[in-house]
Design a protein around this ligand. Sequence first.
Ligand code: GCB
Length: 600
Amino acid sequence: MVLLLPILDLHAQDALINNIYGRARQSLNGTWQYIIDPYETGYYNYRWQERDEKDREAYWNSDVPENKTDRKEHGYNDQYTLNVPGDWNSQKPELLYYEGTVWYKRSFDTPMVGRNEKVFLHFGAVNYRADVYLNGKKLGAHKGGFTPFNFQIPKGMLREKENFLVIKVDNKRFKDEIPTINTDWWNYGGITRDVHLVRVPSTFIQDYVVSLKHDSNVKQHTAEGWIVMSGARTGEGVVEIPELKIKQPLKIQGDTIRFEVKLPGVKLWSPTTPKRYDVVITVGEDVVKEKIGFRKIQVVGKQVLLNDKPLFMRGICIHEEIPEQVRRANGVSDAVQLLNKAKALHANMVRLAHYPHNEKMVQVADSMGILVWSEIPVYWTIDFTSAAVLDKAKQQLQDMITRDKNRASVIIWSVGNETPVTPERTRFMSTLVKFAKAMDYSRLVSAALEVHNVNGIQMIDDPLGEFTDIVSVNEYLGWYGGLPSDCRTAQWQVKYDKPLFISETGAEALAGFHGDSLTRWSEEYQAWYYREQVNMMKRMPDNFVGLSPWILNDFRSPRRNNPVYQEGWNNKGLYDHEGKRKQAFYVLKDYYDFVEKNWQ
Ligand code: GCB
């Protein structure tokens, strides 16, 4: 037997194309065939070397025997199919706990085989590693389970008929990845978001931003923006906002165009009036169009100002999961369902925990007028000593910001959650804060920190607070320590003269389980917890700018192994597995009604 050497390096993704849904595209969603491959036989030969590209046993190559003597030990078959987008865990009972490799395959025809155009294969997200093969050739590989990526398809590789597309998806957890090995959520594997072929002209608008200028004011609102072209050197373009009768010519020199546009009579975006405008950008042959809202968010002293007015965030945390069907959420109807549940609570803000949710979630938040905190999964015990891990975190942060920077609803980028206070971690995290601010100065940057008890005082003095725009903290007084009644005497102290946000607080209750309020896991205990917390919130220091309790819905977590009250669920939801409201829901809703009426 000849031992074959690997011939391919890991080709990282090409620069992201912004606004996929506003481009010429063909969906590759739908039914894909799959092979479960825990030993990675399709990838490695029996000496554990990566198979040669042409290796007939490689699972990216044809599974059809050439003649009757031909031996094929793999095959794609209609008996074994998965829906894309979707996690595999919820689709097949044998994949519920699976962590490893699954090969996805589909064939497709396409009219997109252009001569002058460029064609990209775009993924909304694949958890965690994707190796992508088209017609037997490797397009590249990508790591990171919650961010988009795309590969340009080289000329001549795409056919009009019978393209053979194979993705090796691997959701194994590793210490030096992001997130790392331990999290408090389900590690849903698969092609969890949309897959598209995207066609663009040979010179095209790669990326762009249009947002309200920082010093814009009511007398004369002005937007500013930039466009990054792929391929252009000189030429003409135009930015249009038809509703405001704006048509501003652009001169192109080099590949980056900066511009300013006056916005006379513009209505600003806010939760009460989520006004958005069609913005059309044309450069040469390429045109992109999308709805964009204009708003300003800033910290002034101890307050957060939205369009120059103090903001109180009536928030709620959300995982990207539909508990009623025990699956990852994706797409418009899931987003509408989740965000309507938040609205029913009279929330005006959501913390999308603990990773970037799918693009539709943020688009729907934009249209419904819900403010968004968006986070990367730098969660708990990341390897903060590693430069390579820092690069991975930066990549995810960059891809999150690139995708969603035109969404007015997003007001906070978060660089992580509950990371341990060490010098290495503070260096790592503060680098991320600076990186986010350098990419996007028009939003706030934060991270969910922890609180500790110093002589009976709830102290927030994490050195990372020095770097973030608002100090955010997770606290579970009365759940992970003490009783809810401890909230009555709790005193809060923040080392930094900055707005304070409670990014988590919560308690578990098994829906339908009742007892007195001292009985753990009962709805009464959770409701009591919320009553005490709410009373404490009412006497928080004057830099208190809001909260996002943990969490909207009960969610799956392998860490939660109480056989009676959890059974693999984290039951801190205000809505239960079936979408029913628990008692605590009403306590928080009453508080939000109170705040809405009494906040100036
Ligand atoms: C936290 C984490 C969150 C957990 C939650 C809990 O502090 O940020 O991911 O799920 O607590 O329920 O313990």
